[in-house]
Design a protein. Sequence first.
Length: 381
Amino acid sequence: MTGEPLPDGVYLGLPEEVYFDQPRLGSSDFATLYSKREGWWWQSRHNPHLEPRSSKATEFGSALHKLLLEGPAAYREAFAVAPDQKKFPGVLVTVPDITGALTAAGVEFNPKARKHDLVQLAVAYRDAPVWDHILAAFERKARGRQVISAADDFALQTMRNAALEDPDMSVVVNASELQRLTEVSVLWTSEQGLPMRFRFDCMLPSWNVDLKSIGNIRKELDYAVGDAVATYHLDVQLALSFEARQAAYALIRAGSLHGGTEDQRAFLSQFPDRAPLRGPDGAVQWHWLWMFYQKPDDKGDAPVIFPVRVFHGDERHRIGWRKAEIAKAFYLEAVARFGLDRPWTRVDPMHDANHTGERRVKFPPWENLPGPVEGEDEAFS
């Protein structure tokens, strides 16, 4: 543990490692409990043989999150764009490049000198740019920021510009800091007594926004997105987001709001009254927005943003809610049976291989079955 477990509350600016170290259940836990059942224990902190895994997002996804959901200033503060060698005509890269240039300029040098010393000579006596010198200057300027390639930065800026031109996406991208809050952590206790957690990528008064990558696509994006939601049970996250928003409102009213600036806390404190579930006309206001994105590559995939909106109570919300409720019930049942320090497992009932059995193995429909052969009846008589 990074520190003592935190009490129920809404936390602004909570470090990611502290959030994930909380002994609580999040949306990925319930997706695993629903789909893998006993397998949840084996990937949990309770498994003493669990190999640690990084919870950090991919570099491109982290950068896109910063740029789209937090803005250009936050992006520049967190990421430094590496210099592009193609933008420096005549750049000296290798030792032969440098020694050849020095020789052509009539500069004397020790042929056994280290590359560093040759670079210093080239910088002093040649007008041509020297790549090692350019990189050293960049690293000093980067000041510990995460480095991203010029090609990725170009794709990221292209995606942001496209989002700004879209009437729906521009509402999210253009929102200032005091129209949205990012990385809002909600810790609460469910009706069943379960310790819960949820972290909003981006929280607007009536929108919950989450960024998701879609990669290696070999089909239309609408099918690919649907496959991803179904395969990874992303609708559980959708359902938990609305439960977390309800819990956040109750915690805000109770004064359990921590961290952030005074302005951020004041802004978030308006949410329960400013953005209730239903508006004055009774219409549902709360939205969930998935911003699926496709990273560009040299195989012909363009940078694409594929937004998906779900209202509270919509079909997909209900499906995710059902999965989460089934997962919660299974968790309570498994904890009652095994506890958390004992491995979770099961032995399924006996199954029949015959297709007429009450519990039977489900063989694939594409199986090419052989027909009867000569002597079969005699063999089994």
